[in-house]
Design a protein around this ligand. Structure first.
Ligand code: NBP
Length: 478
C-alpha cells in the first residue's frame, strides 16, 4: 500500500479531516459504509490531493503503508465498536486504529486494552474545532501508547491548527483514555465559558438596559483585551445578527431552551466520581437543563421577585466595566476547576498529563481558543505541580483586582432578580477556597450526631465520636 493514512467514516468530520491530510501532501485512503459518501468526496474534492477510494474495509487496509493508520470518524458509541470490529481482524501487530470521535474516555480505556492484547495500537483522540477546524486545522488531543504517537504524531502536527508562535496544536496527552478525557474537559470548560458569556449578556441587557446591537459592540471591545477569544468573537456576531423574517434581533426570535449532546454532563459526572469540585461547569450544564424545562418555567412565571430596573447611562457604562471584571474572574475560576479535573483524572489513571501542554494545544483550532490560554500555558510551563491556576501569581493578582467588581455584579444581579448561576458559583468557589474556616466542621458534627460517622479535631491526631444520645462525652475511635 502507498497511503499514509486511511479514513473511515466520511460524514462532515471525517471528510474534512481526510481533505486536511490530503491538502498537506499525504496520500489518504478513504472509506465509508455507504459508498455514496466516498464517491462524493472524490468527485467534489479529488483535485485537492491524493485520495484512494476504497469500497470495503479490506480494500482500505490493503492500500495502506505499514504501520497502518486507520482513522475512524463514525458516530460515537456502538457504531465505533462495530467499525473497530470490522477493521481489527484485518490489521497486524503494530498497526493502529485512531478514534477521532467523541468517545467517552472509559470506552477508550476499554477499547485500548482490548486492542493492545491483540497487538494493535488504539489511539483515542479528541478533535475540537468542528467542521471548519477539521478542514483548516483542529486542536487534536491524542492518547494511547507513546510508540503510536511516534508513528502518528508528526502527521497530526502537520494538519493541526498553529498557535501564534507557530507551534502545532497537538501533543501526546498520555496513555489510553487521556486524550478523550482532556477533550471531555475541554468541552466542559466550553460549556462554562458559554454560560458565563450568556450571563454577561443578560446583565448588560436587563441591568445596563442595552440592546443586542450595543452589547455586540461591547463584546467586540472586550475581544481586543484579555477576554480575546473565539467564543467572545462569535457572541458579538450572533448578537449583531438581525432576523431576516421579522427584522428583530436574532437572539430575540430564538427559543430560549439550550440543548446539549452530553460532553458537559460527562465532565461533571467524571468530576463527581473523582471528587473534584467543578461547580462552574456543573452550573453551566444545569442552566441548559433548566432552560429546557418549559413546563416548569411556565408554572413558575408568576412567582414573586423584583423586576429589573435598568440603570442610567453613566451607571450602565460603569456597570458594563464591572461585568467584564466579573466575567474574567469567573472564567479564571472555571479554568481552575477544569485543570483540577485534568490533574485528578491524570493521577487516578496514571496518565501524567502535562497541563502546560494541554493549555498550549488549546490556544488555536478548538472552540475555547483564546489569547488567555497562552498565559495559562506560561503559568504551567515548567510548573506542572502548580497546586491550582489561582496559585499562579499573575492570575491571583488579577482575580484580586477583579473581586470588588465581581461581588458588586453578583450582588446587583441578586438584587434585580437576574439569574447568574455561573458568576455566583464561581465567586462562592473562590471564597470557599480562601476561607480560613468552612462550615464543613458543623456538617461533620451533624454526621457524627445522626450516624456516628466520627470526626477529626483541629488540635491533634485521631478519630473521635461524641456520645450524642448519652452524656455527650467524647470517645476516641481509632
Ligand atoms: P456522525 O456522528 O453524524 O456519524 C456519521 C458517520 O458514521 C457516517 O460516516 C456513517 O456512515 C457512520 N456510521 C454510523 Br452512524 N453507523 C455506522 C456503522 N454501524 N458502521 C459504519 N459506519 C457507521 O458524523 P460526524 O458529525 O462527522 O462526527 C464524527 C465523529 O466526530 C463523532 O463521533 C462526533 O461526535 C465527532 N465530532 C464531531 C464534531 C462536529 O463538529 N460534528 C466535532 C468533534 C468531534 P453512513 O454514511 O454509512 O451512514
Amino acid at each position: 500500500g502507498t497511503a499514509q493514512i486511511g479514513v473511515t467514516g466520511l460524514a462532515v468530520m471525517g471528510r474534512n479531516l481526510a481533505r486536511n491530510f490530503a491538502r498537506n501532501g499525504y496520500t489518504v485512503a478513504v472509506h465509508n459504509r455507504t459508498a455514496a459518501r466516498t464517491e462524493a468526496l472524490v468527485s467534489e474534492f479529488g483535485e485537492e490531493g491524493a485520495f484512494l477510494p476504497a469500497s470495503t474495509p479490506e480494500e482500505l487496509v490493503e492500500s495502506l503503508e505499514r504501520p497502518r493508520r486507520v482513522l475512524v470518524m463514525v458516530k460515537a458509541g456502538a457504531p465505533t465498536d462495530a467499525v473497530i470490529e470490522e477493521f481489527a481482524p484485518l490489521l497486524e501487530e503494530g498497526d493502529m486504529i485512531i478514534d477521532g470521535g467523541n468517545a467517552h474516555f472509559e470506552d477508550t480505556r476499554r477499547r485500548e486494552k482490548a486492542l493492545r492484547e491483540r497487538g494493535i495500537h488504539f489511539v483515542g483522540t479528541g478533535v475540537s474545532g468542528g467542521e471548519e477546524g477539521a478542514l483548516r486545522g483542529p486542536s487534536i488531543m491524542p492518547g494511547g501508547s507513546a510508540e503510536s504517537y511516534r508513528a502518528l504524531g508528526p502527521m497530526l502536527e502537520r494538519i493541526a491548527a498553529e498557535a501564534d508562535d507557530g507551534a502545532p496544536c497537538t501533543a501526546y496527552m498520555g496513555p489510553d483514555g487521556a486524550g478523550h478525557f482532556v477533550k471531555m474537559v475541554h468541552n466542559g470548560i466550553e460549556y462554562a465559558d458559554m454560560q458565563l458569556i450568556a450571563e454577561a449578556y443578560q446583565l448588560l441587557r436587563d441591568v445596563a438596559g442595552y440592546g443586542p446591537a450595543r452589547i455586540a459592540e461591547i463584546f467586540r471591545r472586550w475581544n481586543t483585551g484579555r477576554l480575546d477569544s473565539y467564543l467572545i468573537e462569535i457572541t458579538a456576531e450572533v448578537l449583531a445578527h438581525v432576523d431576516e423574517r421579522t427584522g428583530e434581533p436574532f437572539v430575540d426570535v430564538v427559543l430560549d431552551q439550550a440543548e446539549q449532546k452530553g460532553t458537559g454532563r460527562w465532565t461533571v459526572q467524571a468530576a463527581l466520581d473523582l471528587g473534584v469540585p467543578v461547580p462552574g461547569i456543573a452550573e453551566a450544564v444545569f442552566a441548559r437543563s433548566l432552560s429546557g424545562h418549559a413546563g416548569l418555567r411556565r408554572a413558575s412565571r408568576s412567582l414573586p421577585g423584583p423586576t429589573p430596573a435598568p440603570l442610567g447611562e453613566a451607571a450602565a457604562a460603569r456597570f458594563a466595566d464591572q461585568v467584564e471584571q466579573a466575567l474574567y474572574a469567573s472564567k479564571l475560576v472555571s479554568y481552575t476547576q477544569g485543570f483540577h479535573e485534568i490533574r485528578a483524572g491524570s493521577e487516578e489513571y496514571g496518565w501524567e498529563v502535562d497541563p502546560g501542554a494541554v493549555a498550549a494545544i488549546w490556544r488555536a483550532g478548538c472552540i475555547i481558543r483564546a489569547a488567555f490560554l497562552d498565559r495559562v500555558r506560561a503559568a504551567y510551563d515548567g510548573r506542572g505541580d502548580l497546586p491550582s491556576l489561582l496559585s499562579d501569581e499573575t492570575f491571583a493578582r488579577e482575580i484580586g483586582e477583579a473581586q470588588d467588581d465581581w461581588r458588586a455584579v453578583v450582588a446587583e444581579a441578586a438584587r434585580q432578580g437576574v439569574p447568574v448561576p455561573g458568576f455566583a458559583a464561581a465567586l462562592a468557589y473562590y471564597d470557599a477556597l480562601r476561607a480560613e474556616r468552612l462550615p464543613a466542621a458543623l456538617v461533620q458534627g451533624q454526621r457524627d450526631y445522626f450516624g456516628a460517622h466520627t470526626y477529626r479535631r483541629t488540635d491533634g491526631e485521631g478519630v473521635f465520636h461524641t456520645l450524642w444520645g448519652g452524656d455527650r462525652s467524647e470517645t476516641r475511635e481509632d
